[in-house]
Design a protein around this ligand. Structure first.
Ligand SMILES: Cc1ncc(COP(=O)(O)O)c(C=O)c1O
Length: 447
């Protein structure tokens, strides 16, 4: 390094910014409660383990990002928009007109009516910020929001940031999941548990279908039963349908059950999931005008508007998807990955819950006997068994999977602690390497 770039903290030429930092007492900057007490999140634990593993490079089947690019027509769409002056400037707060229209056009056929792009669609910064906007738009401090477990972890902090109280209702795990393969459909909601959780303060429920991490696609009857209760009790439905193009059994959108249900439902979508571009951060909500306008109002105050050029690219992607038979292809491709990867569990004799949609599979690891003298770091040792399993797989086999108790409340950890979640949205050679490495589990399996 040339000497002009070197400096020493002990010298009297300490740069002014360093001098200022040394005199600051950082404890005086008390963080807000909403971030201060968060447990170390699962992603950082898994990433830290992955970095420390002696088996490198890690096969990462943990986080749900794609291991490959969007299709060429989507990439071409993205490349084409950056030359346009208007695309590089602020989008309208509710979204670029072309994207709202493309979404209204694509979804009207499912809703059995012509969606109004200006009143019934609003664009957000990914589904995540869309859901935050929905909570900010409708939840007052003290309002209760019912969440079914397991849940996508982001719901919880988003509800709490809006001042809401999360009320958990567990889905029941498959009865013989420890010993036999099950169907994602075998994870069921006991309606009486749902009814019992409703209080005069219940304002909203969050539904997720196809489901992360279970892969369950709620049946029309299940959705009707949930919707009937929400209509009766005047509870809003936030339906997270980000995996709405990846279903392998018939898929019903709860908003399409009846005009009454539609009038209380906000449906969430994600370009990241639809077009293999989770980094684009383009999402949307569809719903009746009397709900959408408040989501847009909150979104305007949270981030004003969302990434403009990639909204335009998403619009083009929607317009061209049918011409490339993309929706059929993406379903077929993902299902093939799922089936290909899951052959390993039959070989090992480990039961899994066969997904009906999405790209996650839950595998039951009850038969794995972890060595008794194995040492786990304290922040893993004091978490449920699935965290230890995840750590063990990363360290010993070099395969990363997610412990799903991160997606349940502490009280209901029992429903998920025997499982690990694998994401199959990876290239086939990665799936094959994972299978090869997972064969190393054989010696730890006890029948
Ligand atoms: C169920 C579910 N909802 C929402 C999201 C977030 O979607 P986005 O990336 O569009 O914010 C995810 C991402 O993993 C998810 O699994």
């Amino acid at each position: 390094m040339p000497s002009c770039f070197r400096f020493s903290l002990s010298s009297d030429v300490t740069p002014p910014n360093i001098r200022t930092m040394a005199s600051v007492n950082t404890t005086q900057f008390r963080p807000a409660q909403r971030v201060a007490n968060q447990k170390q999140d699962v992603w950082s634990i898994v990433n830290e383990a992955a970095a420390a593993s002696p088996v490198q490079p890690i096969v990462n089947m943990g986080q749900g990002f794609f291991g490959y690019n969007p299709p060429q027509f989507v990439i071409d769409a993205a490349k084409s928009v950056f030359d346009r002056v208007d695309c590089n400037q602020y989008a309208p707060t509710k979204g670029r007109p072309r994207l709202k229209k493309a979404i209204a056009d694509a979804y009207s056929k499912f809703y059995g009516k012509t969606l109004d792009p200006n009143k019934e669609v609003t664009i957000t910064t990914g589904a995540n910020e869309g859901m935050l906007s929905a909570f900010m738009g409708f939840i007052e401090p003290g309002d209760e929001v019912i969440v079914f477990e397991p849940f996508f972890d982001q719901y919880i902090s988003n509800i709490e940031m809006a001042g809401g109280k999360v009320v958990y209702v567990p889905l029941q795990a498959p009865k013989n999941g420890d010993t036999q393969n099950s169907q994602a459909a075998d994870w069921t909601l006991e309606l009486e548990h749902f009814r019992a959780a409703i209080t005069p303060n219940t304002r909203m429920i969050v539904l997720n279908t196809p489901h992360n991490p279970i892969g369950k696609v709620f049946t029309k009857d299940e959705l009707q039963a949930i919707a009937d209760i929400c209509v009766e009790k005047k509870i809003l439905i936030l339906s997270d349908e980000v995996y709405d193009t990846l279903y392998y059994v018939p898929f019903t959108r709860i908003a399409t059950l009846s005009p009454e249900v539609a009038s209380i439902t906000l449906t969430v979508g994600s370009a990241g999931k639809n077009f293999y571009a989770t980094g684009w951060r383009v999402g949307w909500l569809i719903g009746p005008e009397h709900l959408i306008k408040y989501v847009s109002a909150a979104h305007t105050r949270i981030c004003y508007s969302s990434v403009s050029p990639l909204q335009e690219a998403t619009a083009i992607a929607f317009e061209q998807a049918d011409q490339y038979n993309f929706w059929e292809e993406s379903k077929r491709e993902m299902k093939a990955k799922m089936d290909k990867f899951n052959t390993i569990w039959g070989e090992l004799g480990l039961p899994y819950s066969d997904p009906q949609g999405g790209y996650f599979v839950l595998v039951n690891m009850s038969k794995i006997k972890l060595p008794e003298d194995y040492t786990f770091p304290p922040h893993v040792a004091d978490r449920p068994r699935d965290f230890k399993l995840s750590w063990f797989l990363i360290m010993e086999l070099g395969v990363a999977a997610i412990p799903p108790t991160e997606f349940v409340s502490d009280a209901n950890a029992y429903i998920a602690e025997s499982y690990l979640r694998f994401a199959v949205c990876k290239n086939d050679d990665v799936l094959e390497t994972a299978q090869e490495r997972l064969r190393g589990l054989k010696k730890y399996i006890q029948e």
